[in-house]
Design a protein around this ligand. Structure first.
Ligand SMILES: *Cc1c(COP(=O)(O)O)cnc(C)c1O
Length: 383
């Protein structure tokens, strides 16, 4: 490894997770694999290809640029759906490339209809309706206008789907709101079909929606975090396992992020370690310098808080997280030497550091830590 850290992506973990998701969701519910934010930090290209090898052929991204990246590695028979940002100047190419895209405002829809006539190609749209999240999505009035526009321009469009997004199904605190959203969604679907518009897919659920609200699955779910081996929240996990006999987490973590010890030194009792005075050595100590810092996605909130694995032992991070370095306490690791493997996220012997444990310390959720792992760290596929 020539960069300071390496990321391994486990093929067997992906196989396991996709297998589990397919088993639970059954063959009547299509899985759209959500690979936005560089596949939650795992690397769009490497991750999407592996998921496709496990029989998934629908992918969801946030932006046109992500769609282009996915297109380069996926087979032509896989579909790519853009849930968010397409610049007007990219819309034409999005249609040419055959990308599916969300329509959440009338201007975009009119623009797509015009382009479709110009290109003599149909635009593949998912009608995104507002059901209570109050983010993107057509409100009731815009939805009615959309129906008229679709009816007047049948030749221009393929109605791939109708969709919406739930406002926090990973927490019971949002139960009433989520239930209401599902009902609103159902009534929007009825309205479409009453107007003889029959979308191929109906989708409102993310991972937590699909697992905690089975009635929200319809015939497609958009699964992000669970493919990567994490539950959306502890609550979602507990809901799933609470009546199971065999309490083992069916998901496996896909990512392992590692580096090496770059330097080791002894520090005397009473000395401060790293910048400032946040860490005072209370005994003679041995410390290891590790070449990763906040510029590499290792959050500053892990200062004096984070943990890494070295020689099968959990070691605490001491002092402040620097831009490119952190310092680990090796005092009780007699055999640690320069070049030894350091696990930042992942497993060594029987121990593991997951982003969950990170998140508890740093008050960041899995999603945030994963998606902030920098693009330029090499991702390597391992069995
Ligand atoms: C990110 C996202 C998802 C996936 O959510 P997970 O909780 O990771 O499964 C689904 N739908 C939309 C609209 C999203 O933005």
């Amino acid at each position: 490894m020539s960069s300071s850290t390496e990321i391994q992506i486990s093929q067997s973990a992906i196989r396991n997770n996709i297998g589990f998701l397919k088993e639970v969701l059954g063959d009547k519910v299509k899985i759209s694999s959500v690979i936005k934010a560089n596949a939650y930090g795992h690397g769009i290209e490497i991750f999407a290809k592996e998921v496709e090898n496990n029989g998934i052929n629908h992918f969801a991204v946030f932006s046109y640029l992500e769609a282009i990246r996915a297109r380069k590695v996926l087979s032509d028979s896989s579909d790519i759906m853009i849930k968010g940002w397409i610049d007007n100047e990219d819309l034409e190419d999005a249609i040419i490339q055959g990308f599916e895209f969300y329509v959440f405002d009338l201007e975009k829809l009119k623009c797509a209809i015009k382009l479709s006539a110009k290109l003599n190609m149909k635009a593949k749209i998912h009608i995104e309706v507002e059901t209570g999240l109050n983010r993107t999505g057509l409100n009731a009035k815009e939805f009615n206008k959309t129906i008229k526009l679709i009816q007047a321009n049948e030749g221009a469009l393929v109605i791939k789907g109708i969709c919406s997004h739930l406002a926090g199904p990973e927490s019971i605190a949002n139960h009433v709101r989520v239930k209401k959203q599902i009902n609103t969604f159902k009534s929007r679907i009825r309205k479409l079909t009453n107007n003889s518009i029959f979308p191929e897919y109906k989708h409102i659920a993310c991972s937590a929606g699909a697992f905690s609200y089975p009635e929200a699955r319809f015939n497609m779910v958009r699964i992000g975090i669970m493919q990567y081996g994490y539950w959306s929240s502890k609550e979602t996990y507990l809901r799933f396992i609470h009546n199971k006999k065999n309490i083992v987490d069916p998901l496996k973590r896909v990512i392992c992020w590692k580096t090496k010890i770059m330097s080791i030194k002894k520090v005397k009792t009473g000395d401060f370690i790293s910048y400032g005075t946040t860490y005072l050595a209370q005994d003679d100590m041995k410390i290891g310098i590790i070449p990763i810092g906040y510029s590499n996605g290792y959050s500053r909130s892990l200062s004096n808080n984070g943990r890494v694995l070295i020689n099968g032992v959990r070691c605490g991070i001491i002092g402040l997280v620097n831009m490119n370095m952190i310092i680990a306490n090796l005092t009780n690791l007699d055999d640690a030497k320069i070049g030894d493997e350091v696990i930042i996220v992942g497993t060594q012997n029987d121990l593991s550091i997951s982003v969950d444990s990170f998140s508890e310390i740093s008050q960041q959720v899995n999603y945030e830590i994963l998606s902030r792992i920098p693009l330029d760290i090499h991702r390597k596929l391992v069995e």
